[in-house]
Ligand binder design. Structure first.
Ligand code: ADP
Length: 399
């Protein structure tokens, strides 16, 4: 049997990535990303060097542009399409073959992930239209965190809210936390998946996780991807009474407050400038006080979260940075680890600043627990899970 092809579609809050992967083969055959969507700077770039202005494009327009480019690289029919889906709620505890019921389930969970599930569904609908004969799978960011114990996933709220209404902590970025912690174990000479890890996935959305022997023990995101760390435009943790305070004092309604917390806060709100760490680092270097404050709050709150998650582990074998910021921002890593001296974590400044872009590496000082930078590969994780599920499907469903 030849190695099969999987198209992975990963719709993020401000980007869509597609990756054509071949089974049992490292790296992608073809990758394309449309970034900064819904802005005048939206752009499409591909692994074969195509750059295209997508000014003003939304997720649907971007996928319309991307899918014909994928077709040019097919040397056999696609065996599967694997979609990253952010919120599986209580309904989806593992990857699923996409059918009408699964689409309805993803739709039903949209209020829990207002930035992401609609973007994921846009990708799914476009792909179903263009590739009607190919089995398509949904791989949920929440599934990895189903191993959290109740003392980590329950809120201190009346039981009925959990038992009847599913109000609990779910966690997100599961494919990434799983992938990088598996990779870290190999990089540190352990059996794949073994070890006690703190992981920091820092992209436009950000979350941290405590992983013990391949199982999520606790994570920073909760019922929705708003809980936890400071993010690009999301506030992360605020006083739970903030909604009532804003309603009483400013007369704001819920949509206004949700917009504030999801779209106007985080790095963007604090800096008054941008949600983009690259831009903020530049502005900080130029003396912009808002950018400086935003980066300081981002790193301090991240360190506080990681220190808190440490209690979910019996020891710490290492700290892992990943995501666009975690992989590329030596400054963010340095400022964050500075706050974690109490846990014995110390960076080697040269390794940290000289690590080649896109490469995995260890950046701790001698005597510190491991500190690793590991480029995440959610696409690989999604392709692997999609093919594993394809192999379990009855043939009649695949006709
Ligand atoms: P998404 O969650 O949309 O997939 P990414 O993982 O691509 O996002 O991360 C986007 C973030 O990574 C942005 O804040 C961007 O500025 C930041 N980033 C990318 N490259 C760099 C860099 N060289 N230095 C600092 N930040 C960077």
């Amino acid at each position: 049997m030849t190695n099969r092809l999987v198209l992975v579609i990963n719709g993020g809050s401000s980007s869509i990535k597609v990756a054509l992967r071949r089974e049992n083969t490292a790296g992608a055959i073809f990758e394309a990303i449309a970034e900064r969507l819904n802005t005048a700077q939206a752009r499409l770039s591909t692994s074969d060097g195509l750059e295209q202005d997508l000014s003003g494009a939304d997720h649907l327009a971007a996928l319309d542009a991307l899918l014909p480019l994928v077709d040019r690289h097919l040397d056999q029919p696609l065996s599967a399409v694997g979609h990253r889906v952010v919120h599986g709620g209580e309904r989806f505890t593992s990857a699923r073959l996409i059918d009408d019921e699964v689409i309805a389930g993803i739709q039903a969970n949209a209020p829990l992930a207002p930035l992401h599930n609609p973007a994921n569904l846009t990708g799914i609908r476009a792909a179903l239209k263009l590739l009607p004969g190919t089995p398509q799978f949904a791989v949920f960011d929440t599934a990895f965190h189903q191993s959290m114990p109740p003392h980590a996933f329950r809120y201190a709220l009346p039981d009925e809210l959990y038992a009847v209404h599913g109000v609990r902590r779910y966690g997100f970025h599961g494919t990434s936390h799983k992938y990088v912690s598996d990779e870290a174990s190999v990089l540190c000479g352990k059996e794949r998946g073994a070890g006690a890890w703190l992981t920091a996935h820092l992209g436009n959305g950000c979350s941290s996780c405590a992983v013990l022997d391949g199982r999520s023990m606790d994570t920073s995101m909760g019922l929705t991807p708003l809980e936890g760390l400071v993010m690009g435009t999301r506030s992360g943790d605020v006083d739970p009474n903030l909604h009532a305070h804003l309603a009483r004092t400013l007369g704001w309604d819920l949509p206004r407050i949700e917009h504030l917390l999801n779209r106007e806060s985080g790095l963007l709100g604090l800096s008054g400038l941008s949600n983009d760490m690259r831009e903020l680092e530049q502005a900080r270097a130029d003396g912009h006080s808002g950018a400086q404050l935003a980066i300081e709050v981002f790193c301090y709150r991240l360190a506080r979260s990681l220190a808190g998650l440490a209690v979910a582990l019996p020891r710490i074998d290492g700290l892992i940075f990943t995501g666009g910021i975690g992989e590329n921002s030596a400054l963010t890593r340095a400022l964050t680890v500075k706050h974690l001296a109490v846990m014995g974590l110390r960076l080697d400044p040269d390794s940290n600043s000289l690590l080649p872009r896109g490469e995995a590496g260890r950046v701790e000082a001698q005597g510190s627990p491991a500190i690793l930078v590991i480029p995440t590969d959610e696409e690989r994780q999604i392709a692997d899970e999609s093919l594993a599920l394809l192999d379990t499907q009855p043939r009649s469903q695949m006709a």
